[in-house]
Design a protein around this ligand. Structure first.
Ligand code: G1P
Length: 292
């Protein structure tokens, strides 16, 4: 079955990015000139998703406004003859009714955030995208996952190797058989201590999950950090549905973290035709002579 629905957990407070996120949602932070959430929605769209489900919270109305018409702005652009800017704005707006908002009423963890979308998703496979993570790649990361899912069915998550001393920041795989870029998942642990981590293969914020996950999320069991963890519910899928980690092609940036966010801006800026050349020159000039 095709993946038609994408869930975006966007209720988090963004405390790691303060003061930038005091009055705006962290998902509205721009990489070059586009908010993180727009990268995630465009990626889901490119992968064939038709419904975009935001699990949101208080203080996040800027996200809703971003995916709506801005009449004053559009009328002004029209009056000033700025047709190109106007068309560009309208081009990525989802069709009416394609975006759905629900609220996570309590900050009980990522598993709980996904559970909030249960009635909207229903009994079909669905994608989850964490907008903090953005991936620079030839083929959008979620599209790589849905292509793998077309072959394997079940659940597929995007994975990459991390330094062993960082396993306590991620969901970590107990890997089984390897078939090209796919690794069978035999177990999962959320944020294990490096000394006991079953591997260094970590999940990044892109998932295709089968509907079999709902009963396990429903149990609302608390895990690492006292939170209801998505990883714990996913671990229960092992042996019940085909379950694979996909070593995706591309480079992932953790924009929930200062340096990751800066790195993403530089990498995306360098990758774009309009900014790449000039930005490379600017960076060159900024670097101390010895580093050049
Ligand atoms: C979440 C997940 C974790 C995953 C990570 C990817 O953690 O719980 O399994 O590896 O996203 O970014 P968080 O970053 O919310 O602590």
């Amino acid at each position: 079955m095709k993946v038609r629905k994408a869930v975006f957990p966007v209720a988090g407070l963004g405390t790691r990015s303060l003061p930038a996120t005091k009055a705006i949602p962290k998902e509205m932070l721009p990489v070059v000139d586009k908010p993180l959430i727009q990268y995630a929605v465009e990626e889901a769209k490119a992968a064939g998703c038709e419904q975009f489900i935001f699990v949101t919270g208080r203080g996040k109305t800027a996200l809703e406004d971003h995916f709506d018409h801005a009449y004053e702005l559009e009328a002004t652009l029209e009056r000033r003859g700025k047709t190109r800017e106007l068309e560009a704005l309208k081009a990525w707006l989802p069709r009416e009714g394609q975006v759905v908002y629900t609220r996570q009423q309590e900050p009980l963890g990522l598993g709980h955030a996904v559970l909030c979308a249960r009635d909207i998703v229903g009994d079909e496979p669905f994608a989850v995208l964490l907008p903090d993570d953005i991936v620079l790649s030839k083929t959008p990361c979620l599209q790589q996952l849905t292509a793998a899912h077309d072959r394997t069915g079940g659940s597929v998550v995007a994975v990459m190797d991390v330094p062993r001393d960082q396993t306590n920041r991620y969901g970590i795989l107990q890997p089984g058989g390897v078939d090209g870029s796919l690794t069978e998942i035999l177990g999962l642990v959320e944020k294990p201590d490096p000394a006991v981590a079953p591997s260094t293969l970590s999940i990044i914020g892109r998932y295709v999950l089968s509907a079999e996950i709902w009963p396990f999320l429903e149990e609302r069991k608390k895990g690492a950090g006292g939170e209801i963890q998505l990883t714990d519910a996913m671990a229960r899928l092992v042996g019940r549905v085909p379950f694979h980690g996909l070593r995706f092609e591309g480079r992932r940036f953790d924009c929930g973290e200062r340096l990751g966010f800066l790195e993403a801006n530089v990498a995306f800026g360098l990758s774009r035709a309009d900014t790449g050349g000039p930005l490379a020159g600017i960076i060159q000039n900024l670097l101390p002579k010895a580093a050049q």
